[in-house]
Each structure stands twice: as C-alpha cells, then as structure tokens.
Design a binder for this molecule. Sequence first.
Ligand code: ATP
Length: 703
Amino acid sequence: MKDMPDHPDAPSASDAPLTLKPEHRLDLPPTDPHLSAAGDAVKRRTERRAGGGDAATETATAPPAGETAEEPVARTPGDGMRDTAIRGPGAITIEANAGETIPKRPTPPPPGRGTGGGGGQGPGFHRRLGPENFGESLRQGTAAVRRNLGLVMVLTCATNLLILAIPIYLFQISDRVLTSRSIDTLVMLTMVIVGAVLLQAVLDAVRRFMLMRTAVEVAVRLGAPVLSSAAHASLSGSSREYQTLGDLQQLRSFLVSGTLISFLDVPFAPLFILAIFLVHPHLGAIVVVTALVLLVIALVNQKMTEKPFAEANLAQSKANMHLESMARNSQIINAMAMIPEAVTIWGREVAASLTAQVRAQDRNIVSAAVSRAVRLLTQVALLGWGAYLAIEGEITGGMVIAASIIAGRALAPIEGAIEGWNAVILTRAAHQRITRLLTGSRLQFERLRLPRPEGRLDVERLLYVPPGTKQVVLNGIGFSLNPGDTLAVIGNSGAGKTTLGKMLVGSILPTSGSVRLDLMDLRNWDPRQLGENLGYLPQDVQLFPGTIKENIGRMRADATDEQIHRAAVLADVHEMIALLPQGYETLVAADGAPLSGGQKQRVALARAFFGNPRLVVLDEPNSNLDAAGDKALAHAIEQARENGITVVVITQKPALLSVVNKIMLLTNGTVTLFGEREKVLAQLSRQAAPGPAIRQDKGPAHV
Ligand SMILES: Nc1ncnc2c1ncn2[C@@H]1O[C@H](COP(=O)(O)OP(=O)(O)OP(=O)(O)O)[C@@H](O)[C@H]1O
C-alpha cells in the first residue's frame, strides 16, 4: 500500500481549489430515491437539525460558511442544491441543478459473468480476475528472457566475428598491400572492412536495444506477480516480502549492464585464442596462460569477496528497513526527540554495510588491478616474443600487431567479468529470492462463483499458534452468528480479540479449525468475491493516499458515486464528510492528513461498509471517536443490523454493548462467555465483584 501511487488528479496544496473539475466531484443523488430506510433516517435527522426542506440536501453537498476553497460560492437559502454554484478562477463552473448538469463519472465497466457477485447495488460488482499462477508467470518470464538472450547471443556471435575485421585489415595491409603496392587491393579491402565495422556497430547497438527491452519485459511480466505474491506472502510473514520488488530492479539493472555484455562475450574468447594460435602457437600459448591466470584471479576474487559483499548487502537491507520505519514513525520520532537514536541505529547498519563493502571492494580492486597488469604484460609479451619470431622470420610484423589486437579482445571480457563479479552475486541472490517468492506462492486459482452470501458465520474449533512460536493465542474458539447478528467481542488486553478479528476476515489463517461464511470455509471462497462481501476496520487505521471517495470506494475504478455515498450513509459519516471544505474530494495523504484520528477512523468505517458487505468486522472502531462519533458508530451498527449485515465489533468500551444483540467474552484465547446480550451482561454483573472483564477506565462500570 505504501507503494500506491499518488492520485494522478491530485492537485497541489496551492492549486487544489483551482483545478477541481466537474467530473472529479462525487455525484450525489439530489433526492436519493435508492437510499435505504437507514439512509432516510439520517436525512430525517439532518432535516430536523437544519430546519427541514431542501436544507437537508444542502448539508450534504454545500461547503460550510467561511469556506475559502472556491472563490465565489453562490448559495441561495431555501433553494439548496438547485442553485449551488461553485466557480473556480479557471472559469470552471459546476452547476448543481438537481444533479442533471453535473457530468457523470465514467460509467463502470461492464459486469463480469453471472450475477452472484459481491456487494453493491449494481449487478456483477464482482469481476473475475482469472487464476493467478505466479509460478507460471515466472516460467513465462524466464522463457521470454531465455528467448531474447538466445537472439542476443546470435548477434553477439556476429559482432565478435566482425571484430576480427580490424586485425585482419591490419594484417592484410602490412603483409599484402605494402608488399604488392596495389592501390586497388587497398581500396577493395578498405571498403569491405568499413562495411564490416559499420555492420558490427549496428549489430552491437541492436543487441543492446534487445537487452534493454528484455529488462523492460522482465519488469512488465514479473512486476505484478511479484507484488501480488509479496502481498499474499506478507499475510503469513512480514512486510519483508515487498522488498522483492527491489530485487526485480536489480535484475533489470543487470540485464542492461556492461557486466552482462562481458559475460556474453566470454564464450567467444576461445575463438580469438584459436586465431592467435593460427598466427603462431607460441603466441597462442601466451594468451592461454594469461586466460588461465585471469580465471584463477576471478575465482580467488569470488572467494575473497563473496562473504563481505553478502554482509554488506544484509546490513544495507537492515538499514533500509530502519529507514522505512523512520519514515513511517516520523511524527513519533520528532515529538519525542528520538532523531539522534534513530539516526544512530541507521548509522550503525550503514557503517556495517560500508565497512563490509570497503573490505570487499578493496579485494575487488586488487584483483582488478592484478588482472589488468597481467593483461598488459601479456600484450608486452606478445609484442616482444612476436618481434623475436618476426626477426627469426617465422611470422610477419603485421601478424604480430594483429595477434596483439586479437589478444586484447579475447582477454577484455574476462577482465570485465571479474570487475562485475559483485553485480553477478547480487543478481543471483535477487533472482533466487524472486524465484522463491513466486514458486512458493499458493496457486490463486479460479474458484466456483457462489451466490451472494447472506452473512451466516460459523467458527469451529479455532486454534492459532503464530508461525515460529509455541504460544497458543486462540484455543478452541467456536460460535455461530446469523445474518444481521451483531456481536461484541470483549476481553482483556492480549486476550486474542484482534487475532480473532483478523481470522474472521481471512487476513490470517488458523493453525486448525475453520471460519465459514454461509457454510463455505473462507479459504474456499473466490478471494475477490469474498473480499467484496467483507468489511474490515483494523485497529491501526491506514488510509491510502487519494481522495476520501477513492478511499471509501476501496480504490476501485468501477466504484460508483452511489455506492460510495451509500457506504458513507450506512456508516453514518456522510455528514462529517460533507462538512469538510472539499467534501468527498478531500485529498488524504499517506499519514491521513488533513483528517483527524477520529475522522480517519470514520472514513475507514465507511470503507468497511462499501459495497454493502455481508460481514463486517470492526476492531476497536471507537478508539479515537468523540461522543458524536460514538453515537454515529452506534447508529451505523444499528443500520447494519437493519440491512441484515452481520457485524462483529471488538471493543474495550462498554458503550457499544447497548447496540449489539450478542456478546462474547474472550479470556486468554478461549471463549468464557457467549450468548444473547442480556444473558451475558447478567452473568458478567454476577461475576463483576472482583473485577469486570472489560476496562473500567474507558466507560461506566455497569457491566
Ligand atoms: N504473530 C504473532 N506472534 C506472536 N504472538 C502473537 C502474534 N499475534 C498475536 N500474538 C499474541 O497473541 C496475544 C493476543 O494478541 P491480540 O492482539 O489478539 O490481543 P487483543 O485481545 O486484541 O489485545 P488488545 O485489546 O490489547 O488489542 C498477545 O499476547 C500477542 O502477543
């Protein structure tokens, strides 16, 4: 979610009011005939407060007095929305005339197959995404890379052969043209060689183009699968899986690097060596010995640098993770003056990484220097011994120079491979991590499309032992809820309430036991269809960067204004949003600004109710709410019950107990009380003498 791009239409702080376009406004129903009885109840309450009439609708759309977002705000009392005009200096005028002249948001894409999908009012809200086989994506991506590299290899072969043109030219000039003094031969030779050199340049460019496109293909083919499987994997692990996207970047960089070109050229080194052997076996032997020496240097270099490079990379990834957490908690760090400590911890990791890097690079530089010296000495040996052979009359002067050039060509890629060895190690590790992630990802296959669930929830013998621990967090939990039931889960801190809530929405999987929605185990629902029928408000509320309406609409492109408005009404947050200067179009930053904690929680509540889900789990939804927010939340739960939505609300505050019909008391991961509200409350009050099960400091101690 962190990587969610900023909203493309997001105006900057300064130009936000000026760039507001008509199509960006939420298209609110002026008289909302589709509103449920619950929605009407909100309107009636608003009407009572505002003095009745059209004022109710005005409350929903018009900015409050003193609003400065749009320049002139023409509002005629009594006419309400009909006469509301918002004009920006850019001559954009939004006329809200009974909803007729407001341009519609793009109509949602055509519905998918069938009608049994998720929530919302429109048919076919659920669209099939098709099976997601990440292992198969990897296989296809690898096959595409292999295919491209195969073609690149053919081009590499041609370029390497054409490179021989220059030494051959040299050899021909000195040994044939200069001796025969034939201008015709010189012209012909020059023309052929110019053609060969130009062709070589073109082929070299083409192979580089192809490598660049291969890198792009890797990103295109594997980007989405890597991100999707990282998201799936992070369900049972940490958010570390998301770093695999960085590995993909490493893979792409390597594909366009000079190191890969060197590696591609290495197989042709024997060809050049053969050419030198043809000139003279002594010269060939010198180059072979040099190549072997360079190979030994490369192996020694690999051995010497492998460990420090691995240490450097590990420390660097720790430093990056620390940096991420600093960015996430920047307010806490600032407020409590923790910057020096945070920087010290980061500095420690970076220092460790740099130290290891310096150690590795030192060895790398020594190896590179030694191999360069060996190569240059080889040139000297070739020229010197070649000159001796020429004096002896075994070869010509042209042959000596040609052999020297070819030797340089044979040894250069070996040297390049040595210098780029670190990149190879990094890329190999990155490739292994990507392979592990994609092949280890569960097959997200297409599942039977079921009728829209009613909201019956059955929890059977839930046991949860977090992976890697022996702590039993949930132990033998079982209960059932009928559609429209509202259950409050109470219990002390650490009792397992949040864990249970996560399990009810399938965000963590039980060690054993099952959670069933309309008799079907959550694991067997089509994930997309299930998600659309579930609403979840986590304890730690996070909004996505974007507008309020995008957040309520779960960032879906096909979310209609009506669905967004309906969710807001159902969650009883429409009034709160309407009072914001930019209403539903208010831009929310990654940290939730400019919304307050309570407002954020209420927008997230509307997001949970988006699409008219059948089961909603709210984890401490009132932890940031004021009295009005508490009231709205209670009202939202009542409305949900009227709409037949099954609601599970985890709470530490007794205030919400009055609006639920069932209560469960969790103690150390087991259900100690469960049943109808009155019965559980009666039992609780009987046991209450030594200390009630829910916190007394957050509300009246009447339970
Ligand atoms: N992934 C995990 N690894 C280890 N322990 C875990 C894990 N998840 C939960 N726990 C433990 O399970 C227990 C229950 O945690 P949970 O967050 O569900 O409690 P809670 O009832 O929601 O508490 P609170 O009211 O304070 O939010 C805690 O002791 C917690 O440390």
